[in-house]
Design a protein around this ligand. Structure first.
Ligand SMILES: *Cc1c(COP(=O)(O)O)cnc(C)c1O
Length: 354
């Protein structure tokens, strides 16, 4: 039996993506070749990557004359370096909401000065800083929209006249937002877009004008834009899974329908955490993430017993991040409400049978 997979990433993908991508490994669209053996310069792959770009713009509601979409390698972690090498000329502002923000800040410091304009470190990243004030002369402001590890999420974004750059790895396409208020968005595919190995970048063309430093080609957004993500061999299969997943998003009713379902799933689980004495949430209620739900077990209950019940019931991937402990349930787009119901029932049984 297939498990209920609540992994934080790589994570569950829609069944359609597993089905169509595995068929394409055997043979892609009756062309006599596997997706794994076609040339990245072939007409067939041009159709796939162009379709993936078009779907990205369609889902995010952005215009192709204003925004570029890139599919790059190196993960979100590589974007920390690319963002700073391309756009940190003097000083940049970063909001520190956890481990991933801290990594982004660490890489940026190789290129210039970083002002931590706000931080949630004082309370171990259990909330999102509010009323963030930014001096307007920063090269850009960088935020992490969803804190995958601690389970907090921006529900309102900082307003700034400087370019706004976001790591959206764990909540992209999970909710309706105004994508046009961002100048650069990046996301490792393995949480909510597709198979690991590719990073989606959505970039406002105007931003490229702000690049002043001479940088190696592999780090240069301009180079990747000019080469249409084909500067070097791209991860063909991962990009194909992104295309399939975005087609699934549209078939499922688009981002509005996905958001509605995601909110419903998160409510169901948070409701159980709040009303079941065996469990307690880790973060401020107003800043809770609808993607990564973190919680602990009350000390009067036996967590080992809970772990056993979960594994006996095919629940997979809910152990908290090693830096936080407890539990983390990731509710990415592909997770069904029925899977969440299974978990909630187990939580209720666990409390009753203490
Ligand atoms: C998972 C994650 C990352 C790391 O992504 P890689 O693709 O492994 O580099 C970065 N930021 C956030 C918010 C994440 O959730």
């Amino acid at each position: 039996m297939k498990k209920y997979n609540f992994n934080a990433g790589p994570s569950a993908l829609p069944n359609d993506v597993f089905k169509y991508s595995s068929e394409a490994i055997k043979e892609l669209d009756n062309i006599g070749l596997s997706i794994l053996e076609i040339s990245h310069r072939s007409e067939k792959f041009a159709q796939i990557i162009n379709r993936a770009k078009d779907l990205t713009l369609e889902i995010s509601g952005l215009e192709s004359n204003e925004y570029e979409v890139l599919f790059l390698q190196g993960g979100a972690s590589h974007q920390y370096l690319m963002v700073a090498s391309n756009f940190l000329n003097d000083v940049a502002g970063y909001v520190n909401t956890g481990t991933w923000s801290e990594k982004a800040i660490g890489e940026a410091k190789y290129y210039g000065n970083v002002i931590e304009v706000a931080s949630s470190k004082d309370k171990n990243h259990t909330y999102i800083p509010k009323n963030i004030k930014i001096s307007d002369d920063v090269d850009y402001l960088h935020i992490t929209t969803n804190n995958t590890i601690f389970g907090t999420q921006f529900h309102k974004f900082p307003v700034t006249d400087s370019p706004l750059i976001a790591d959206m790895s764990s909540d992209i396409f999970s909710r309706k937002i105004d994508f046009s208020s961002f100048d650069l968005i990046y996301a490792g595919a393995q949480k909510n877009i597709g198979a690991a190995g590719v990073t989606m970048v959505i970039l406002k063309r105007e931003l490229l004008e702000r690049n002043k430093r001479k940088i190696p080609s592999i780090l240069s957004y301009r180079n990747h834009v000019d080469k249409k993500s084909l500067y070097n061999t791209p991860p063909v299969f991962s990009i194909y899974t992104c295309m399939l997943n975005m087609e699934w998003i549209l078939r499922s009713g688009g981002i509005e329908a996905i958001e509605k379902k995601n909110i419903e799933k998160a409510k169901l689980l948070y409701n159980e955490i709040d009303n079941n004495d065996a469990f307690y949430g880790f973060v401020d209620k107003s800043d809770r993430s609808i993607m990564n739900v973190t919680f602990g077990i009350d000390s009067n209950y036996d967590s080992e017993k809970f772990d056993n019940i979960c594994s006996n019931n095919f629940i997979h991937g809910i152990k908290g991040h090693r830096s936080v402990g407890g539990y983390r349930v990731s509710l990415y787009n592909a997770i069904s409400i029925d899977s969440v119901r299974v978990l909630v029932n187990i939580m209720q049984e666990f409390k009753k049978n203490r």
